[in-house]
Design a protein around this ligand. Structure first.
Ligand SMILES: Nc1ncnc2c1ncn2[C@@H]1O[C@H](COP(=O)(O)OP(=O)(O)OP(=O)(O)O)[C@@H](O)[C@H]1O
Ligand SMILES: [Mg+2]
Length: 339
């Protein structure tokens, strides 16, 4: 494979971001276009699947064109197409998959279906995979997932803990909404927390005292609701900061414990909630404290993007080119694809 001029198109439409990226070789990003539907879903206070699918359909070709233009690559020059196959909203995934199949069929170029969660891990692969390779413990913390994963090597994953109910990002969004913040609420909780007192309210630290590496965040929402009823005078900022500290405490402590248990000196934090400033701060101070090496991708690679999808596709293609599909073969969306 001529690495230098091998171009991969990545396509991501699993939720409410329409994204396309062009990768040269294994990790050189030539473009990374993300169009967010947040404005559209704002008035409903959450992602409406049918609305999201229709908007992906409306935007996908423009987003791909922009990715090609910014990269200075023409469509026929593409060597490989990678597309998110799941997990995600089926109607949304179908738009990306159908588009990818059409391009693969038309150009007679290989196509690879990508697991979105492996995608989040590959945000690290793109930026720091060479200096900080596996083995490491990964905390995937996003809108739909909270998982601790033992990454033995790229392509070999063992999930050692998961949330039993809400994902951490989901908790951020629900609690943000509950305390009256706008959509999308996760990032608003982060912003507002900077003005609040994180020890104002001692919210529970769910599952922290239990063995194992599972999480649970649904109960926190109820704890906050009760607190708001009993103490309506509590400021939004104190509620946000105290809630955020409870979530961050659990995530940091469980992840450090997992690294210690597995005797692994490296931690990688990925997914949308990895953009949280307090989580980054706390992990970075633990870095110097207990001698583990902690990595976070840049903010634009934490939340959904297609660069990470292109990188996974290229990795699997390079490892085993015989296993690729083409636009004529079946590639169905999978809403609950696991790592
Ligand atoms: N600064 C932040 N602080 C806390 N949460 C944040 C921050 N920025 C983004 N998030 C949360 O990250 C989530 C979005 O992340 P991401 O785009 O990776 O999730 P997703 O694609 O919806 O879910 P999944 O990857 O599990 O399918 C949302 O829940 C959002 O609230
Ligand atoms: Mg995601």
């Amino acid at each position: 494979m001529k690495e230098k001029n091998f171009y991969t198109l990545g396509i991501e439409t699993s939720c409410d971001e329409t994204a396309a990226a062009i990768l040269r070789g294994d990790r050189e990003l030539l473009s990374n276009i993300v169009y967010s539907q947040a404005e559209i879903h704002k008035k409903y206070g959450g992602v409406v699947p049918e609305v999201a699918s229709r908007d992906h359909l409306r935007k996908i070709q423009f987003v791909i064109n922009e990715a090609l233009t910014e990269a200075g690559v023409h469509l026929p020059e593409l060597d490989l197409i990678g597309v998110t196959q799941g997990p995600g909203l089926v109607g949304c995934l179908l738009v990306g998959l159908s588009t990818a199949k059409g391009i693969s069929f038309g150009l007679e170029k290989p196509l690879i279906g990508v697991n979105h969660l492996e995608g989040h891990l590959f945000a690290h692969y793109i930026e720091s995979g060479l200096e900080a390779p596996p083995p490491f413990v990964a905390l995937i913390v996003s809108g739909g997932h909270t998982s601790l994963v033992h990454v033995r090597e790229w392509g070999h994953y063992e999930v050692i803990g998961e949330t039993r109910d809400d994902a951490a990002g989901e908790a951020f969004d629900k609690v943000g909404k509950l305390i009256g913040l706008g959509y999308p609420a996760g990032i608003e909780v982060d912003r507002l927390s900077k003005q609040g007192n994180r020890s104002a309210i001692a919210f529970p630290r769910p599952m922290l005292d239990e063995p194992g590496f599972d999480f649970s965040f649904a109960g926190l929402k109820t704890a906050i609701l009760y607190h708001m009823r009993e103490h309506p005078e509590t400021s939004q900022a104190d509620l946000a900061a105290s809630f955020q500290e409870a979530v961050v405490d659990v995530l940091v402590e469980k992840t450090l414990r997992a690294a210690d248990d597995l005797k692994i000196g490296r931690i990688v934090v990925v997914g949308g909630v990895a953009a949280n400033s307090r989580l980054r701060e706390r992990f970075q101070s633990s870095d110097s404290g207990v001698g583990v090496d902690v990595h976070f991708p840049s903010l634009n690679l934490c939340t959904d993007n297609a660069a990470m999808i292109a990188a996974v596709a290229h990795f699997h293609y390079a490892s085993n080119p015989a296993h690729v599909l083409n636009g004529l073969q079946d590639l169905s969306p999978s809403s609950s694809l696991r790592l």
